[in-house]
Design a protein around this ligand. Structure first.
Ligand code: HEC
Length: 170
């Protein structure tokens, strides 16, 4: 092994130690993408139940979107099924798509600042995860009825104790 090969080998070993690869996963970008979606919070909204279960959701269920609506002055939005939307996109199209302005509460202004390399890693991860689940419901315009469970994202003035009805706790 010459010096260059030794360096590459060491880098590969270190990368594997940081991001444990799954069996048969040859592309190191996949492991990096998995790490990025986990620590940059994508699962918090794009994976059903991720917040209430403190991240304890099997990886096979990640990033399939959610039918829990986010209601506010913008109407109602739903976190998209990222595993489906990426399927017919090139890596280049994904970069542009990921950086486009979105409605709340999508933190698009943070994602827009992600480096090309990191966005590409998330792309590789989504492709590796493969298509699964159903598309999230279509967003609803302000003032329309809301046919799904939803969280109202509107700041409230100071008040007495929060009233949570039995139905809302389910
Ligand atoms: C706080 C909740 C939240 C978080 C965190 C979040 N998203 Fe989103 N995301 C949404 C919602 C809601 C939408 C739909 C916005 C709309 O309809 O305008 C969305 C839309 C998107 C879209 C557009 C998808 C489409 O339908 O074409 C992409 C791409 C995306 N998110 C990627 C990400 C990635 C990558 C992360 C992690 C870095 C992330 N999101 C984190 C809530 C979130």
């Amino acid at each position: 092994m010459n010096l260059r090969n030794t360096t590459l080998f060491t880098a590969a070993v270190l990368a594997a130690a940081h991001f444990p690869a799954q069996a048969g996963e040859a592309d190191p970008a996949v492991a990096r993408g998995r790490y990025l979606v986990q620590v940059s919070g994508c699962n918090d909204c794009h994976t059903d139940g991720y917040m209430p279960r403190s991240g304890n959701v099997p990886e096979a269920e990640w990033l399939q979107g959610s039918s829990l609506g986010f209601a506010g002055p913008w109407g109602v939005t739903y976190a998209s099924n990222l595993r489906l939307i990426v399927q017919d996109m090139s890596a280049k199209a994904w970069r542009a798509h990921a950086r486009a302005e979105r409605r709340p509460p999508m933190p698009w202004f943070n994602l827009a600042r992600m480096s090309d390399g990191d966005l590409d890693a998330i792309y590789r991860y989504l492709k590796h995860a493969g298509p699964a689940g159903a598309p999230a419901p279509t967003a609803i315009a302000p003032g329309q009825p809301i046919p799904t469970a939803h969280i109202v994202f509107v700041p409230q003035p100071p008040s007495g104790p929060v009233q949570v009805s039995a139905a809302a706790k389910e």
